[in-house]
Design a protein around this ligand. Structure first.
Ligand SMILES: *[C@@H]1O[C@H](CO)[C@@H](O)[C@H](O)[C@H]1NC(C)=O
Ligand SMILES: *[C@@H]1O[C@H](CO)[C@@H](O)[C@H](O)[C@H]1NC(C)=O
Ligand SMILES: *[C@@H]1O[C@H](CO)[C@@H](O)[C@H](O)[C@H]1NC(C)=O
Ligand SMILES: *[C@@H]1O[C@H](CO)[C@@H](O)[C@H](O)[C@H]1NC(C)=O
Ligand SMILES: *[C@@H]1O[C@H](CO)[C@@H](O)[C@H](O)[C@H]1NC(C)=O
Length: 578
C-alpha cells in the first residue's frame, strides 16, 4: 500500500462499494476477491484419531503432528472432531452482546434491507429481517439460551450472512470461521451424459472415468440429490439467484479457476462454514450407497495452536476480539498509523493459498483446462480464443474470469484480441463470464464500451440514507467546494472523489447533481430512505488516470473506437449467474 493510486482506489472502493481487496490493489496480479473461498484440491484422507479426551487438544495434536510431519500440506481432521472442539467452547456472553451491538452501525448501511424484509412476490428466497434476527440472537444470549459460543455464532452467520444472499454482505464470526473450514468428501458435477439429455448429478471422478459401471447420484444423505443441493443454496448461497447458486455447487472448469473451488458442495464459498454433519452419504442410481466422513481443514494464520490446552484457551487464542475492549479504529501514535486490533484484517488469508491466478515461470501461460489462447493477460483475468473446428471459423471467444486485473493490461489485451479477431475474419463474439466474481466496475464498463463504443452504459444505483452515511456526506461535501479532480494526487482526493461529496458521480441521466439535496434526497421507497439514483463518472480523472493509468473507453483519449463485431445479434454472453 504505497502508491497514491492505491490509496485513492482503496478509499474509492470503500466509499463506492466496490468489491474490496480486489479494487484496492489495481496493480495486484492476483487480487483476492471479496467473498472468494480459498482453494482446495479435494484432499479427503483423514489422519489417525488421537486419544486425548479434551476435544480442542485432540485438534491441537492433529495440527502440530501433521504440520511437523508434512510441512506445506494443509492439515485436516475429522469434521466431527473439529466440531466437538468448537462446541466445547463456552459462551462468553458479555463480549458476544458487545459484538452484536457494534455490528449495528455497519448493518445500517445495507441498502436492500427493506426489500429483504418484505420482498416482491417473485423473490425466490424466504424474507429476512436482519435487525430482527440480530435482536433475537441478542436476547437469546441475554437469556442464556445458547449452549456454547459456536451456537450463537452459527446463528449469526446463518441469519445475517446466509439468508440475505448478498455477496457484499458478510461477517465472519471468529470461532466459527478462523480455526477450520468444512469439506465434504466428494466434488459433484451436473452433466448431460450424451450432451442432449437433461443433466444428472455425478461424482466428478465418475464423470471423468470411462468405467461402464459408473452411475449418477440420486440421493444425498437420504434426500433427493437436487433437492439437497437446492436446500444448501437456500441456506448459504451468496448469489441473488438460486440457479446461479446451484451452478456454484458443482465442478466446472471455470469454477475451478474463478471460484478457486471444485464446487461449493465439496468446499469453499459460504457453504464451508455450515457444518455438514459428521458424514456425507451418496446413493447412486445403480443402488449402491456410500458413506464417508466429512473433513475439517485447518486454517493457517497468526495463531498458535500450542497455546490451546482446553476450551477456554481455545477461546483466548481464536476469539481475540473478545479480549480487546479498546477502540478497533486505526489510532495515531507518534505520527505513525498503528492498528490497535489484535484480530487479523481478513479471514481470506487462510488457509495459505497457492497463487492460482499467477503464472508460474516454468509453465506455459494457459489456463488449466482451457485451450491455447490467442492472447492472455499474465494474471489470466482476460484470455481470447479462436475455435479450431469446422463451422466455427467466424467465432472469437473472450473469457473474462475477473474484473480486478491491472487496468492497462486488461484493457490492452481486450483491445488487441478484438483487433486480431477482426483481422482473422471473425465476425461473431462469445463473451464468457462464467465464474467471474466481479471486481472494478469500471473494467466492466470499459469492456462494454470496447464492444459498443457508441452506447453510453447505464448503471444507476442508490445508497441507503443511514445516519452515519449522512454524517459523512455532511462532513465531506462542504470540504469539497473548491475541489477539482486531477491526474496528480491531491490531499482531498480521498474525501471528494467518493459518494459522500454531492458534486461527485453523475445523476440517473448522466448529468451533474445541482445540490446536496439533489443527490442525497432522501428519497423514500418501500418504507426506507435512500439517496437519489447516481452513476459512476467514468471521466473522473482520479478514478481513471490517477488510479488506473488509463481512460475508460468512450472517454478521454479513447473516444475514437468503432464496433468490432457490429450489433448484439453477433454477440453471445455465456453466463452462469456468478
Ligand atoms: C492435494 O493436496 C494433498 C495434501 O494437501 C497433496 O498431497 C497432493 O499432492 C495434492 N494434489 C494435487 C493434485 O495438487
Ligand atoms: C458425530 O461425531 C461425534 C464425535 O465423534 C459424536 O460424538 C457424535 O455422536 C456424532 N454424531 C452423529 C450424529 O453421529
Ligand atoms: C454404482 O455406481 C457407483 C458410482 O459410479 C460405482 O462406484 C459403483 O461401483 C457402482 N456399483 C455397481 C454395483 O455397479
Ligand atoms: C441530471 O442532471 C441534469 C443536469 O443537471 C438535469 O438536466 C437532469 O434533469 C438531471 N436528471 C435527473 C434524472 O435528475
Ligand atoms: C484511437 O486513437 C489513439 C490515439 O490517436 C490510437 O493510438 C488508437 O489506436 C486509436 N484507436 C482506434 C481503435 O482507432
Amino acid at each position: 500500500m504505497n502508491s497514491f493510486a492505491l490509496k485513492a482506489t482503496a478509499l474509492v472502493s470503500l466509499l463506492f462499494g466496490l468489491v474490496p481487496a480486489s479494487t484496492a490493489a489495481p496493480r495486484s496480479k492476483n487480487g483476492i476477491l471479496c467473498g472468494r473461498p480459498k482453494p482446495t484440491n479435494g484432499t479427503t484422507s483423514l489422519p489417525p484419531t488421537p486419544t486425548t479426551t479434551e476435544p480442542c487438544v485432540v485438534a491441537r495434536d492433529a495440527f502440530t503432528s501433521q504440520t511437523s510431519a508434512s510441512p506445506g500440506v494443509v492439515p485436516t481432521i475429522a469434521a466431527s472432531q473439529a466440531y466437538e472442539c468448537l462446541k466445547s467452547v463456552p459462551v462468553h456472553k458479555e463480549p458476544a452482546i458487545r459484538l452484536l451491538d457494534e455490528l449495528k452501525p455497519f448493518l445500517e448501511w445495507q441498502s436492500d434491507q427493506a426489500f429483504l424484509k418484505d420482498p416482491p412476490s417473485d423473490y425466490p428466497y424466504p424474507p429476512v429481517d436482519i435487525f430482527k434476527e440480530l435482536e433475537t440472537i441478542r436476547s437469546n444470549l441475554r437469556e442464556n439460551k445458547y449452549n456454547g459460543e459456536l451456537e450463537w455464532q452459527e446463528d449469526l452467520f446463518k441469519n445475517i450472512v446466509g439468508k440475505p444472499h448478498n455477496g457484499h454482505l458478510a461477517y465472519h464470526p471468529d470461532l466459527l470461521t478462523v480455526p477450520f473450514e468444512w469439506v465434504r468428501p466428494w466434488a459433484l458435477v451436473s452433466v448431460s451424459e450424451d450432451g442432449t439429455l437433461l443433466p444428472v448429478i455425478k461424482v466428478l471422478e465418475d464423470a471423468i472415468s470411462t468405467s461402464e459401471r459408473s452411475s449418477h447420484v440420486v440421493e444425498i444423505n437420504g434426500i433427493n440429490a437436487a433437492t439437497f443441493i437446492e436446500g444448501r443454496v437456500t441456506g448459504s448461497s451468496n448469489t441473488q439467484d438460486p440457479d446461479a447458486g446451484y451452478n456454484t455447487m458443482f465442478f466446472s472448469r471455470a469454477n475451478k479457476v474463478g471460484l478457486e473451488a471444485r464446487g461449493y458442495f465439496e468446499s469453499g464459498g459460504r457453504e464451508r462454514f455450515f457444518y455438514p454433519g459428521n458424514t456425507t452419504s451418496l446413493t447412486f442410481a445403480n443402488g449402491t450407497r456410500v458413506e464417508r466422513p466429512n473433513i475439517a481443514k485447518f486454517h493457517y494464520g497468526p495463531y498458535d495452536w500450542t497455546n490451546v490446552v482446553d476450551a477456554d484457551t481455545m477461546h483466548k487464542e481464536f476469539c481475540r476480539g473478545a479480549y480487546n475492549t479498546g477502540s478497533p479504529r486505526v489510532a495515531a501514535s507518534g505520527g505513525k498509523l498503528i492498528r490497535r486490533t489484535t484480530t487479523p484484517n481478513s479471514i481470506y488469508s487462510y488457509p495459505k493459498a497457492p497463487i492460482l491466478l499467477a503464472r508460474r515461470q516454468d509453465e506455459s501461460n494457459n489456463i488449466d483446462g482451457y485451450p491455447e489462447p490467442v492472447l492472455i493477460t499474465d494474471d489470466h483475468a482476460v484470455s481470447g480464443y479462436f475455435i479450431d473446428e469446422p463451422g466455427f471459423e467466424d467465432v472469437a471467444v473472450l473469457v473474462i474470469l475477473s474484473f480486478s486485473s491491472y487496468f492497462v493490461s486488461f484493457q490492452n489485451t481486450i483491445q488487441d484480441f478484438f483487433a486480431e479477431a477482426v483481422n482473422a475474419g471473425k465476425t461473431k463474439l462469445i463473451v464468457d463470464l462464467q465464474a467471474n466474481g466481479g471486481g472494478t466496475i469500471l473494467q466492466g464498463y470499459d469492456t462494454f464500451r470496447q464492444i459498443f463504443p457508441d452506447i453510453v452504459q447505464d448503471g444507476p444505483s442508490r445508497w441507503r440514507s443511514s445516519s452515519s452515511f449522512n454524517a459523512l456526506s455532511q462532513t465531506f461535501s462542504p470540504l469539497c467546494a473548491n475541489y477539482t479532480p486531477k491526474v496528480d494526487y491531491q490531499e482531498l482526493d480521498h474525501a471528494c472523489t467518493g459518494v459522500n461529496n454531492w458534486r461527485n458521480d453523475l445523476n440517473a441521466t448522466n448529468g451533474r447533481f445541482t445540490s446536496y439535496t439533489d443527490k442525497f434526497g432522501p428519497v423514500t421507497a418501500s418504507g426506507d430512505s435512500y439517496t437519489n439514483y447516481m452513476q459512476w463518472d467514468p471521466a473522473n480523472l482520479v478514478l481513471t488516470r490517477q488510479a488506473f493509468d488509463t481512460d475508460i473507453t468512450g472517454y478521454g483519449h479513447r473516444k475514437n473506437f468503432t464496433r468490432p463485431f457490429g450489433g448484439p445479434e453477433n454477440i453471445v454472453m455465456l453466463y452462469d449467474g456468478s
